[in-house]
Design a protein around this ligand. Structure first.
Ligand SMILES: Cc1cc2nc3c(=O)[nH]c(=O)nc-3n(C[C@H](O)[C@H](O)[C@H](O)COP(=O)(O)OP(=O)(O)OC[C@H]3O[C@@H](n4cnc5c(N)ncnc54)[C@H](O)[C@@H]3O)c2cc1C
Length: 456
């Protein structure tokens, strides 16, 4: 993992292109090291794929997000930006809890030291048979024995088969975990990256790494807006609503942006597709291999369905896992009670569908009604079939499909003074490669800032 930057002796002028979580992290790290930074964000709102949106007079998110205690760099930068995670994030112990009597399981880890918390949780889990529990215990001891490393990558399904995981455990735990973490179904998901996430959460020596963190505020105010304030307080500038479409190398090695100011270097912190477009515009052979890798990612969608009910509607827990069964119209995989996170949103539920291209094909109205019917059935409350209003947000390019042996570029663009950052880049050490997540984006931004500073 990238080390935080030390204070620089020779301050440079840098541009960061893209105000998602990667770009905000880069900009913070660069100003912290004493550089002059300008952050450009094409949209009016900071946050990129983890940002606020305004609908029906409410401030929502473009998608319900869940963070993990293992997101160490994200939590470090949140604090550096002046945010108090304890006030802004609901911290829940590791859990996989289905609504009672819905045919699921009820697994919740006590707040005990690791790995005792998992052993106890497993012992107490309802809805799993002895064979399921034994297969889970075998899996986790095998992973520890292997040092949570897989030399030959394969699909998550193959991995689970190799370790004789029972059908019920796969359905109720491994598949939902894989979808939530990698946004890729187990049949197509990388076992190596899945194990990296498991190692840093379930396998971590600190119990808090496996905690599940739910933002209590909108995603833009949680970090990107605070990062922008930090950048401004440290002499930097943040321009929203400014798309960079002309990035011109100057003969003296500096960069001109949009025909205006010049910079000693830049971090392209856009999505992989947008980074490919910007690099292609340079027509520089040195970045052709990176462009090829950037263009090879395939996108996966995520849909979030918001359902507004009477303010008195409240779930018994802040969130539940749901068993998805598309063949009977049960698309929802997790349901969150937003009213328990944000007091201004009573009666608002958010249902997440990962790897949602098939679900999104149903059309938003049909999908929302199917989800409302699913909630009514599994939560045994007929009234949930009739929300006051619904809003489906489908992000077609939410993440890249995290498939086995995926070739990911590092932060180098191939061209001096120009770095790339985003959730798609490889870590400096492949054991730390993460799926497309907030933590992957933040780590990549921190890593790009460190490399840019080292180049000068
Ligand atoms: C619906 C949904 C649910 C998700 N759930 C989770 C979750 O539960 N947990 C989790 O950890 N992760 C989750 N993710 C993934 C996470 O949101 C992303 O991995 C992360 O936000 C990516 O950040 P980024 O900075 O790499 O890229 P982006 O967020 O894509 O940021 C790139 C930014 O660059 C800007 N830009 C592009 N081109 C230009 C240009 N030419 N000039 C200026 N600006 C430009 C864009 O507008 C954008 O703001 C989810 C994503 C989605 C969409």
């Amino acid at each position: 993992m990238a080390k935080p930057l030390a204070k620089s002796v020779s301050a440079q002028r840098y541009a960061v292109i893209g105000g998602g979580w990667a770009g905000c992290a880069s900009a913070m790290e660069l100003v912290r090291a004493g550089h002059a930074v300008t952050l450009f964000e094409a949209a009016r709102t900071l946050g990129g794929r983890a940002r606020k949106v305004e609908r029906e007079g409410l401030v929502l998110d473009n998608g319900q997000h869940i963070l993990l205690g293992a997101y160490t760099e994200t939590l470090r930068l949140l604090k550096l930006a002046g945010q108090d995670p304890r006030a802004l994030i609901l911290n829940l112990p590791l859990q996989m809890r289905y609504p009672p009597n819905s045919g699921g399981m009820d697994f919740i880890a006590p707040r005990w030291p690791a790995p005792l918390h998992l052993a106890w949780a497993l012992l107490r889990t309802k809805g799993l048979q002895r064979a399921d529990k034994l297969s889970l215990m075998r899996f986790s001891s095998a992973m520890r024995w292997m040092g949570w490393q897989l030399y030959n990558d394969c699909s998550v399904s193959e991995l689970l088969e190799r370790f004789d995981q029972t059908g019920r455990l796969i359905k109720l735990m491994w598949r939902p975990l894989c979808l939530a973490a990698l946004n890729t179904p187990p049949e197509r998901a990388s076992a190596r990256v899945f194990i990296n996430v498991l190692r840093d959460s379930l396998g971590a020596s600190k119990r808090s790494a496996s905690d599940m963190l739910l933002p209590k505020t909108d995603l833009s105010s949680l970090f990107p807006d605070a990062a922008a304030r930090y950048v401004a307080q440290h002499g930097g500038a943040v321009h929203t609503g400014v798309k960079v479409d002309a990035l011109i190398p100057l003969p003296d090695g500096r960069w001109q942006i949009n025909g205006d100011d010049t910079y000693d270097g830049a971090v392209i912190a856009t999505s992989s597709a947008q980074a490919a477009t910007l690099l292609q515009g340079l027509q520089d052979e040195r970045s052709s291999a990176v462009i090829e890798q950037l263009q090879a990612f395939t996108p996966e969608a995520i849909s979030t369905c918001y359902l507004q009910y009477d303010p008195s509607v409240r779930l018994d827990l802040p969130f539940y896992a749901l068993a998805d069964a598309p063949e009977i119209g049960h698309w929802g995989q997790f349901v969150f009670d937003r009213g328990q996170l944000d007091t201004s949103q009573p009666g608002l539920l958010a249902v997440v569908v990962s790897a949602s291209s098939q679900a999104a094909e149903q059309g938003h109205a049909t999908l929302a009604q199917a989800i409302a019917d699913q909630l009514a059935q599994v939560l045994a409350q007929a009234a949930l079939a009739q929300p006051l209003w619904t809003q489906v947000i489908t992000e077609k390019r939410a993440t890249f499909a995290c498939t086995p042996n995926l070739q990911r570029p590092g932060n180098a663009s191939g061209i001096d003074g120009l770095l790339i950052a985003g959730d798609y880049t490889a870590s400096e050490d492949s054991a730390h490669d993460y799926p497309a997540t907030i933590e992957a984006a933040v780590r990549s931004g921190v890593q790009a800032a460190a490399q840019l500073s080292r180049q000068k």
